[in-house]
Design a protein around this ligand. Structure first.
Ligand code: ADP
Ligand code: MG
Length: 330
């Protein structure tokens, strides 16, 4: 007999993550009941992964489980929040137990790694779609907001840029040398949310955002919200070995500038906080690179080592003309 919706929840999700003392009531009632500590603010975010838009049919379900959670945790990291609880709304074409077991493995592994509790969700039948909502905690007043950048701030990014974009190109047939392939696929399929870095920069950096749509697009959101501009020094952009090779062979900076799906953090910070922020990043074992400066003049300028302007793309927009290629961004 096929498993019912409730059997599926019980088998795959009810006990996927260990309890937490602040979960008064988890999976099984109409709502979860959660305890927010005094002095903390609740940071809430949600993201959907849709088959045919964010990933192609047949994508490995374990990676999907990981990524659906990772992209939400990355939003919490970008606010400087500590992740606490998640809900999961799944729409599935059928109750495929093998698929669900692999999905739950990817999702549960990452949730347990960060001590996040799955406290509820929903299951419906239809075209494959995965929606996660994540909640985190941040000390009152310390969140890294998009509207907090100020002229003179230094712009920093974590990790390396453009890897997920190159992985996507490789998947579409672009030739990448074999020794880079596993690294690039991992960067696209299994992003590592920068939670430790985001946490330690809360109250230290000013503005923060995660790079999901591409560096220039996401920095653009900070500039719009903060009513300022910026100059980026493209020779400073942190590149993996694979991207270094791509950029020098193709003489093309578009992947690190506007490729999406990297889930690195971008922050702006007052110059006097530079030393402190760099040591905090080193304690998190996280590459953390200065790439530019916030200006009072509007607009974003990208310049090369000689100070010459470099054209930059606009990043990803689901509603822009031509958008809709599977496998791309949030
Ligand atoms: P309701 O009809 O009250 O919305 P549901 O029948 O949708 O409740 O779900 C029953 C319980 O299982 C609820 O507590 C809900 O939060 C939880 N739940 C449903 N789907 C999932 C899921 N995919 N993962 C975790 N919990 C889930
Ligand atoms: Mg429901």
């Amino acid at each position: 007999m096929p498993l019912s919706e409730f059997d599926l929840i019980a088998r795959f999700f009810a006990d996927l993550t260990p309890g937490r003392a602040d979960v008064l009531l988890g999976v099984g009632d109409d709502c979860a009941l959660l305890e927010v500590p005094v002095g903390q603010q609740l940071a809430v975010t949600t993201d959907t992964l849709l088959e045919g838009v964010h990933f192609i049919a047949g994508t490995d379900p374990e990676s999907l489980g990981h990524k659906a959670l990772a992209v939400n945790l990355s939003d919490l990291a970008a606010m400087g929040a500590q992740p606490a609880w998640v809900t999961l709304a799944l729409t599935l074409p059928q109750a495929d137990e093998g698929w669900l077991a692999a999905f739950a493995r990817g999702f549960g592994g990452l949730a347990r790694h960060f001590g996040v509790a799955l406290v509820g969700g929903d299951m419906t039948r239809g075209p494959l779609s995965i929606t996660v909502q994540a909640q985190g905690l941040v000390e009152a007043g310390k969140a890294l907001r998009r509207d907090a950048a100020q002229p003179g701030d230094l712009v920093y990014v974590s990790g390396t840029l453009g890897d997920a974009g190159l992985a996507l190109l490789a998947r579409q047939g672009f030739h990448v040398v074999p020794r880079f392939r596993d690294f690039l696929q991992e960067r696209l399929d299994r992003p590592r949310p920068r939670l430790a870095l985001g946490r330690s920069l809360a109250g230290v950096a000013r503005a923060g955002i995660d790079i999901s749509d591409g560096l220039t697009a996401d920095l653009g959101h900070v500039l719009d919200a903060s009513a300022c501009g910026a100059t980026l020094y493209i020779e400073q952009l942190p590149l993996s070995e694979a991207l270094n090779q791509y950029v020098s062979e193709q003489a093309d900076w578009s992947l690190p500038l506007s490729g999406g799906d990297d889930y690195e953090l971008l922050v702006t910070l007052a110059p006097e906080r530079q030393g402190m922020a760099e040591s905090l990043a080193a304690e998190c074992d996280c590459d953390f690179t200065w790439i530019g400066i916030i200006d009072s003049a509007p607009e974003l300028r990208c310049v090369d080592a000689n100070g010459n302007p470099v054209h930059h793309g606009n990043g990803w927009d689901h509603f822009a003309t031509g958008a809709g290629a599977p496998g791309s961004n949030q």
